[in-house]
Design a binder for this molecule. Structure first.
Ligand code: FE2
Length: 441
């Protein structure tokens, strides 16, 4: 049986799923090990070397039987954080440890190492921890203490791991916008979305923790904006607006002062309000002058701000915000980035309220990366739009389950008085989900 486990759980005697890779350097063959169904946060070029004899054996066996602690160290040094072991060919996990995905279920969708529902709970815990870390760090900066870069980089790495296990889980949680004094939740949402876009763009995994950490810090410069400006409820006077806009430069300065961030990472902060057509600030940069990751951050930042509820404005429904971004594709926003963004978030993000062709109202409960038009939804009402006693969980991609249901149009849940969070909770608890899981198992 195949089990996905954390690198820390790896033991001598286990069998790691892997391929043997051969490359030619200076006319000589060089042999490497490439772990399969694994997560690596190491730079793409860093791989474990193999001798010719080992290479042959790995190719023959479809993996590596670990015979020494040294081999495990080598794998860890390449940046691997999770690997798949085959318990028919080597030792199993000790009975008190659980693998990251239940091996008795059908395999997760392509590009995902674990199921959406399996990652959701972990992603929520990681978000809570990251938000606390960020709040502490920002408060320290306000107090005049140094930014704790290590702590932020670790947080970025942990978020990146969750996104690499199943990108849809943490992305779906960006709909949560609890407000807090230093907007830690906003920073985390932006970081999640930027990292997800970067992953969809095929960015070298070695860069991902740094990108995630830098995006977490994109607004850290707000700690240098006077509080009376930052918290001003009404319109800004011109000098206040100028002060407020300086936060992007301040963010870059704070990151540069630590000496720990690359130019790319610093650009995420300094350029996150630059727009493709030169209409942004502070430098009115255009097109390619704007760093690639900063172009991703600009889209994520605007999306999260639009969909957030503020004292002065209601939350814009997710589909409307996506349409707004789509409309400015090629003017304010990089076209490619917008496409990747919609791919990362899904056509119908989790929590979107839909009217189906049957006139039933339904909430998107789980994305379907293979078929974005057919997510799993929780049907909340009857065709008369009277609430159902218990929401019905329906996978629109399964013909027998969908019973001809198709997506009609998205609606604004606030206008219809539907509380998205409590409805999703109800779907998760009572939406015949348990039964479905049992069937799958
Ligand atoms: Fe900002």
């Amino acid at each position: 049986m195949r089990k996905l486990i954390g690198i820390a759980q790896l033991q001598v005697g286990m069998f790691v799923d892997a391929e043997a890779v051969t490359e030619t350097r200076d006319g000589q063959p060089v042999y490497y090990l490439a772990a399969t169904r694994a997560v690596s946060l190491g730079p793409r070029g860093r791989r474990a070397r193999l001798t010719g004899r080992m290479h042959e054996k790995v190719a023959q066996d479809g993996g590596l039987l670990l015979t020494s602690a040294h081999q495990i160290d080598n794998l860890r040094e390449t940046g691997l954080t999770m690997v798949t072991i085959d318990t028919d060919k080597g030792l199993d996990l000790p009975p008190d440890l659980r693998p990251l995905t239940d091996p008795s279920r059908r395999p997760p969708p392509p590009g995902r190492l674990v199921h959406f529902d399996e990652e959701l709970e972990r992603a929520q815990t990681i978000r809570d921890e990251t938000s606390a870390t960020l709040q502490t760090s920002l408060a320290e900066v306000v107090d005049g203490r140094a930014l704790d870069v290590d702590r932020i980089l670790v947080a970025g790495g942990v978020m990146a791991e969750s996104l690499l296990r199943n990108v849809d889980a943490m992305v779906s949680l960006t709909r949560l916008k609890r407000h807090d004094p230093y907007t830690a939740v906003h920073c985390m949402n932006v970081s999640t979305l930027v990292t997800a876009v970067a992953l969809h763009d095929g960015v070298d995994p070695g860069q991902i923790p740094m990108v995630a950490a830098a995006a977490l810090l994109h607004d850290v410069g707000k700690t240098r904006v006077p509080l009376e400006v930052l918290n001003k409820p009404g319109r800004f006077e011109p000098h206040e607006l100028a002060e407020m806009r300086l936060h992007a430069k301040h963010s870059g300065d704070i990151m540069r002062e630590t000496g720990r961030f690359s130019d790319d990472a610093i650009a995420i902060a300094t350029q996150h309000h630059e727009m493709l057509d030169g209409s942004g600030y502070p430098q009115q940069l255009r097109g390619e002058q704007i760093d690639r990751f900063a172009r991703m951050t600009a889209v994520a930042d605007v999306y999260d701000a639009l969909t957030a509820k503020r004292v002065y404005k209601p939350a814009m429904p997710m589909y409307q915000a996506l349409m707004r971004i789509q409309r400015n594709r090629g003017t304010e926003f990089d076209e490619r980035v917008v496409d990747l963004f919609i791919k990362a978030l899904g056509l119908y993000p989790v929590g979107t309220l839909l009217e189906l062709n049957t006139r039933e109202l339904a909430l998107v409960f789980q994305p379907n990366p293979q078929d974005p038009h057919h997510p799993t939804v929780g049907v909340l009402t009857l065709p008369s739009q009277k609430p159902r006693a218990v929401p019905k969980l329906v996978d629109l991609a399964i013909r027998s389950e969908g019973e001809g249901r198709e997506i009609g149009r998205p609606l604004d849940p606030e206008k219809l008085g539907i509380d998205v969070e409590s409805s999703l909770q109800q779907i998760a608890e009572r939406g015949e989900h348990g039964e479905r899981r049992r069937r799958e198992g």
